[in-house]
Design a binder for this molecule. Structure first.
Ligand SMILES: Cc1cc2nc3c(=O)[nH]c(=O)nc-3n(C[C@H](O)[C@H](O)[C@H](O)COP(=O)(O)O)c2cc1C
Length: 201
């Protein structure tokens, strides 16, 4: 259908101003635009039902060939979180005289996401899963932060003992983690690079 246009969709890149105003009032768009990475959390735990709902929203993300190629591991045990903090801080301490004491900024829940190394689009599945979870969390007033750095540690020789606790099958590799908790800060959005987006005529 290359070159065809849907007669009901806007024909200009600017769209229709009235339609745009209506869209911005929509709850989902507001939630997406208001989500920020949170790096300071309160002590308030996440309610079980809310956590379950966040996870369900992740699992309902689109996924290639319906394979649901991710593996998801939830860590909310304070002792294990403290173990992770200590090991990560020690790992960073090799190069940083003042390493951060908290691997996940003190968040009460850490979700680890593994991708299927036998499926070329599995990382896309995993990204969409996490995106859904973070937006769902935001809609409930729960903050989140993607964490790539901590996974470099888990995937390094020093992190292998903790990695084995995640119990991924041999086909899967840890891709990233997400911290979840009630926010104790309200950071502003960094400006987005609109020049990266082009309408192709
Ligand atoms: C793949 C990925 C890895 C990230 N890793 C980290 C991390 O290790 N530590 C951290 O504080 N933030 C991390 N972030 C959060 C980004 O810094 C953040 O999303 C970005 O600056 C945009 O800010 P916003 O999320 O508030 O819109 C990561 C985000 C992504 C998508």
């Amino acid at each position: 259908m290359c070159g065809c246009q849907n007669p009901t969709s806007p024909t200009t890149s600017a769209g229709n101003a009235t339609d745009t105003a209506a869209i911005i009032k929509d709850g989902v768009v507001k939630t997406i635009l208001e989500r920020r990475s949170i790096r300071k959390y309160t002590n308030q735990p996440i309610e079980n039902e809310k956590l379950a709902q966040i996870i369900e929203c992740g699992l309902y993300a689109p996924n290639g060939m319906g394979r649901q190629s991710w593996e998801v591991r939830i860590v909310d045990n304070p002792e294990l979180l403290a173990q992770i903090d200590a090991a990560y801080s020690k790992f960073l301490g090799k190069e940083n005289p003042n390493p951060p004491k908290k691997a996940a900024y003190g968040a009460p829940v850490l979700i680890f996401i593994g991708y299927d190394t036998t499926y070329d689009l599995s990382q896309v599945d995993c990204g969409l899963l996490g995106g859904n979870m973070m937006i769902a969390a935001q809609s409930m007033g729960i903050g989140s932060c993607c964490l790539g750095g901590i996974c470099r540690f888990f995937n390094a020789p020093e992190g292998c003992e903790l990695l084995s606790k995640l119990d991924f099958p041999p086909t899967h590799k840890l891709l990233y983690a997400i911290a979840f908790g009630y926010p104790d800060e309200s950071p502003k959005a960094k400006p987005r690079m609109m020049e990266k987006v082009k309408y192709i005529e």
